[in-house]
Write a protein that binds this ligand. Sequence first.
Ligand SMILES: [Zn+2]
Ligand SMILES: [Zn+2]
Length: 176
Amino acid sequence: MAAFCAMRIELENLEGGKGDFAQVYRPEDLNPVDERVQIIAPAQVNGRVRLLGNEAFVNGHLETRAQVECDRCLKPVEIPVSADFALEYITGAEYESTAVAELTEDEMSVAVFDGEAIDVDEVVKEQILLAVPTRMLCREDCKGICPECGTDLNSGECACKKDDIDPRWAALKNLN
Ligand SMILES: [Zn+2]
Ligand SMILES: [Zn+2]
């Protein structure tokens, strides 16, 4: 296996304080993204870095495919991942001298960095996790697995059916 070519953008190498970047990651470069998300296709990222004083702004686009477990039956589900991102990086010193109230306005896109380089690998992993829905079902009406015996109820009933009503059906009944 070839060595993983990590991508860091050294800010001092940017001409005129800005530059474009593009990278294709193999799935094995990124996996495991976390315990529920596996990348299953090359991940393409491209974007632009701009410097403004002590801050760096990174805009870009990311595209790949991921495999995520169904929340109910744990079957793997494949989904396309496509994300546009706009991030702002400030140095630790800058962060400390800035009023916290000012930062919270847009806190999700502000990150503290060392002032020297942008770690594109980290950006890509973060953006993948943000783009994957927190709730994932293989299909809207996935029946899940039986909590008693572990049978996949999409492929048939199991023997432990009791009188108690599935809470999802109970909820539907209440609608009527
Ligand atoms: Zn499912
Ligand atoms: Zn069962």
